[in-house]
Design a protein around this ligand. Sequence first.
Ligand code: AMP
Ligand code: MG
Length: 423
Amino acid sequence: MDICSTPGLMPIDDALANMLKSITPVTCTVEKLLSDSVGYVLAQDLHSPLNVPPFDNSAMDGYAVRIADLSNTTTLEVVGKSFAGIPYKGEWPPASCIRIMTGAKIPAGCDAVIMQEQATIDATTPNIVDFSQALPVRDQQNIRSLGEDIGQSDLVLPKGHRLTPRDIPMIASLGIPSLTVLNKPKVAFFSTGDELKPLGTPLQEGEIYDSNRYGIKIMLEQFGCEAIDLGVIPDDKDQLRQAFIQAQQQADVVITSGGVSVGEADYTKIILEELGQIGFWKIAMKPGKPFAFGKLLATDDSADAIFCGLPGNPVSAILTLYILVQPLLAKLAGHADWKAQPSIPAKALTGFKKAPGRTDFQRGIYTINEQGQFEVSSTGNQSSGAFRSMSLANCFIILERERGKVEAGETVYIQQFAPVFYA
Ligand code: AMP
Ligand code: MG
């Protein structure tokens, strides 16, 4: 049988393409202090207003020289000092040098800095420095030239770049105190299920703790969204309807977990169909098969909201949020340089159970062997309800849709976890 045409199962790429085509990036902007800007997306290209460094300066503690002065002598008299922030301002007589510190402005006429470790001073004549150890001296040696890191008006970061902690010192070096960034998408989310209890309340018979909401919240924040937590909604028609409406009114995206699997809590489906245009999909992925996607339509002057219904099983919920919803949120956030983690070939250290038909995201632990090759083993129990498998793992082992059982020693593809799982 042609697995690619498995009836009723939507390939992951088709689901992604379907979702992404309905997303228009946010356009509203806000001004953020540089120190508060990490995680926001630049609303416009960032050009440098100045050269970095803004003047030629010394890369070493040592002596500023003119190489020609050393053509027929190895000793020069020190006639002044240039310190960081306190440049040398006097005349620079021929056949002399200037003491200079790291970061200090290079005096006019200087064409090299000799590091102090290559200079010899006789204690009886402290003003005379012997440079014989430093010869030959190379033109421009130990000089950091104006604009060598960043030139004035250079494009330093493009529109659509999401700001990282690594960008901040660079932008600060340009003297830019605040940035115009895109507003974060607002994402409202809630858990559905009569069995779910929030943390801090005792469990009655048949109840479990709501774990998905805690994971969803932190992941949404890591994705660069404003997360609006609407709590746990019981499997009750009126309360669900109210929650969906409330969520749609205050958010760009509404995410729920639970209640989207086949034949379960049918009124969730009825309400969603009543409030919007929602498709109930069976995705060709394991875990994570049941998934709902569409729009919740506004009935007042608020805007429609995108809807993503995650499956309830904890691994499925977090996996579908990561694999399917994350690219959508990145596009919505205007995060143009977002990329999924690359797939890396690794040697399977153990066998993996697998049936053809769905792409499998098993939870794995990779290591790098002495030959520099990736090797991977399973975290154990791969049930979609066994969240410990996510906590133990450092990667997904992605077993192709058409693939069957994997024997130890075969090559598999792994995807290292993105920073969202580590921060
Ligand atoms: P459902 O998709 O509602 O049929 O739920 C599938 C499974 O996931 C059931 O075992 C639920 O109890 C469980 N589940 C649903 N929502 C959550 C949640 N928020 N936290 C933990 N487990 C959940
Ligand atoms: Mg449920």
